[in-house]
Design a protein around this ligand. Structure first.
Ligand code: PFF
Length: 448
């Protein structure tokens, strides 16, 4: 199918941009929270299995759909299945999901910006755990400060989006992610040498199979989809920018490996340090935002590392949030023919309003709750364990059962020009294994 829109400039550019979307707060903030709350090693092993058996094939599927159609998620399903309108609901779900994720994502990004500010003035230096914990809780209860940092974050996201795809996204992703990786390795070494670190490593890496429950499975599935930016059309959108000559499997593989590597490193940094400082693995938000400043304070050059780390984390969050905002923006420009600038402004304002509601819901005693959870936690749970998993399921079902196998193979092998040794296994997973596994996990969870 014709695809004459802007493409990513190089193979490395796509990997950098898709990895930029994948690597973000999900790896460094959310992954440790989920692993900590779901039994550590048991969660970790399930997570790895899901990334390999479902994450990678689903990512390939999204790339195939995006590149084949050359469109945003709504337009993609309209183009590939023009006679059956139902499939476009996957695309609409993705657009809604992007907004909902942005709302709580920007809240956490706001905390990261706050940490950058505190790092600049060397605020954390010499503070004890209780003071950092209290400060963090106070931040959530503040009225204006979080709104200001969220506003700055959304403004930056919108600014990059208006500049367009190749110029904006590629440039920011290419250089900075490898530096983030380097800092995480240095931090990991430091964390592992703290007293009591071994307990943290044991918690994180030693699986206790008796702890694998339906809840662990669904949370690991949700985390994998969240971390890899799957199940909501984001990578369909990016797929639409991939050049026809690029190899989709090796691209998806590189993205999955780098994303998982960063998450694992985050676990290796956070759990030993948390155990050493007496922070519980179930501590949630505090795991990253209290443990890390304490760790930096123990290091030679801690001021410098702390500042660079939180700056890079903010940038990693930005390369993810631009991929989120790109979903509604591309929908509005392609389907509703609104200019890119206007589409960005409308979407950013909508996301900002939701974000303010999400962060206000974290105030002590806030009435902004849904089924007993704060709006922030509800949005997080609803998107990752429901919208993204259902979106992922419908995507593989579409590819395996609705799209012609020959069309899939044609796109997947770049019109037969690259030989994909694993194409039959990949197709089998997409058609049978992934849909069955996701359905079983969803059913076990919802029956409960
Ligand atoms: N994958 C991002 C992260 O781990 O921080 C979050 C995200 C980005 C989720 C884009 C979904 C998405 F479409």
């Amino acid at each position: 199918m014709a695809n004459n829109k802007e493409s990513f400039g190089s193979k490395f550019g796509i990997i950098a941009a898709a990895a930029g979307s994948a690597i973000g707060l999900g790896n460094i903030y959310r992954f440790p929270c989920e692993a900590g709350a779901n039994g550590g090693g048991a969660f970790f092993i399930v997570y790895l299995g899901i990334v390999l058996l479902m994450g990678l094939p689903l990512m390939v599927s999204e790339f195939v759909i995006g590149r084949r159609s050359g469109k945003n998620p709504v337009g993609a399903f309209k183009t590939l299945a023009p006679e059956s309108k139902g499939w476009t609901s996957i695309g609409y779900m993705g657009v809604v999901c992007a907004f909902l994720i942005l709302a709580f994502y920007c809240t956490v990004a706001g905390w990261t910006i706050d940490a950058v500010g505190k790092s600049i003035i060397n605020y954390y230096h010499g503070l004890d755990k209780v003071t950092i914990q209290n400060d963090f809780n106070n931040l959530m209860n503040e009225s204006w400060q979080p709104i200001l940092s969220e506003g700055i974050f959304i403004f930056l996201t919108a600014f990059i989006i208006v500049r367009g795809v190749t110029k904006g996204i590629e440039k920011f992703s290419k250089i900075l992610m490898p530096i983030l990786l380097g800092i995480l390795i240095i931090l990991g070494v430091k964390s592992l040498t703290l007293p009591g670190a071994a307990d943290g490593i044991e918690f994180f890496l030693k699986p206790d199979f008796s702890k694998i429950t339906g809840k662990v499975l669904i949370n690991a599935l949700g985390q994998a989809f969240f971390s890899l930016s799957l199940g909501m059309g984001c990578l369909i959108t990016y797929g639409s920018y991939i050049a026809k000559k690029d190899n989709l499997t090796s691209t998806a593989f590189a993205v999955c490996i780098s994303d998982t590597l960063i998450a694992v490193l985050a676990g290796i940094v956070i759990f030993p340090a948390a155990f050493s400082f007496g922070i519980k693995p179930e501590a949630g938000n505090e795991l990253a935002f209290v443990t890390l400043p304490m760790l930096f304070d123990q290091m030679a050059g801690g001021y410098f590392f702390c500042l660079i780390f939180f700056l890079l984390l903010t940038i990693a969050a930005l390369t993810s949030s631009i991929s989120l905002l790109e979903v509604p923006v591309l929908y509005l420009t392609e389907q509703l023919k609104i200019s890119r600038k206007k589409a960005t402004v409308y979407s950013a304002i909508g996301a900002f309003i939701l974000c303010v509601i999400s962060s206000e819901s974290l105030h002590d005693g806030s009435p902004l709750r849904i089924f007993g959870l704060s709006v922030f936690d509800s949005l997080d749970a609803f998107t990752s364990t429901f919208l993204m998993t259902i979106g992922g399921l419908l995507t593989v079902v579409f590819l395996g059962w609705k799209m012609k196998k020959s069309d899939f193979m044609d796109e997947y092998t770049n019109g037969g020009t690259v030989s994909m040794g694993l194409r039959r296994i990949m197709y089998f997973i997409i058609k049978f294994l992934a849909p069955v596994a996701i359905t079983v996990i969803l059913i076990t969870q919802f029956i409960k």
